[in-house]
Design a binder for this molecule. Sequence first.
Ligand code: BDR
Ligand code: CA
Length: 317
Amino acid sequence: SIPVWLDCDPGHDDAMAIILAAYHPTIQLLGISTTHGNQTLDKTTLNCARVVKAAGIKTKIIPGQALPLVKPSMVAPEIHGVSGLDGTDLLPEPDEDCIVKNEKAVLHMAQVLRDHPSKVTIVAVGPYTNVALLLTLFPELKSKIEKISLMGGGIYSGNRTPVAEFNVLVDPEACHIIFESGLPVYMVPLDVTHKAAVTDKVLEAIEKRCMPDSKFAKLIVDLLLFFKHTYERVFHLYNGPPLHDPCAVAILVAPEIFTIRHLRVDVVTDHGLALGQTICDVYQKSILPANVHMAVDIDPTAFFEIMLDAWVAADQH
Ligand code: BDR
Ligand code: CA
């Protein structure tokens, strides 16, 4: 199995990434850290704890950084609501003791890397502040990291500005640190996650395959419908909301359902129109070496089969 540390900012699609990481049979979920991003750190941490409780996941949650490395923070209530996970009244109150207090996530992650007998894969699906700090503070622990899998960036467009994707834009310096780390970096950009759209067929399949009158299935559908309406309202996309974050988990367990290219990618950290853009060297014009394994395509049907298995497994917990 693949030992995974998950860093996230739940978030509707983050919630599904948590469920996939916890219930995919070939992943061993070592723990979850939270970050500022879709909402403030307090809110993303609470959301994470609620999702974990709803899905019956036994794991520790360690709150991470509340602010980006350099830039002021930026949240996304227009996408995920005031709570960061709006759209349902079925989320339970969390177990108090699942959130580790008085410990920095980055220090905890470092200890997990030291203690684990083999290399660990890090998945980051919110702004990359925690992971960048980990690499900066403990460069000697790079030898304990198998790879870093990110959801973020775009090859041909952004979603927060015309050229910048949210996770990258919120903390571009953190993204730069990861790109320069020398570690194997996998990245699933918007161009690909937009193909993983939750169609009405997917929503029907959730209700059909989960237990009859399942409260958990209702919760998942509530969250996905909220996300669907967000994408209709904000982006005028009507074929279903993109399930961005679980793609960065799926690429670990089913790389064959993606097309992946090893490319040079640089991130714009200068203030200006292009701040947060991921410049992808599609035609190999850069003199710099390739540094990112970039997903450029996905088989959405195969992806949703994997996701459905995880939802069904969580429903049966
Ligand atoms: C990313 O930004 C957030 O809104 C989502 O959770 C995802 O991680 C997509 O740009
Ligand atoms: Ca996210």
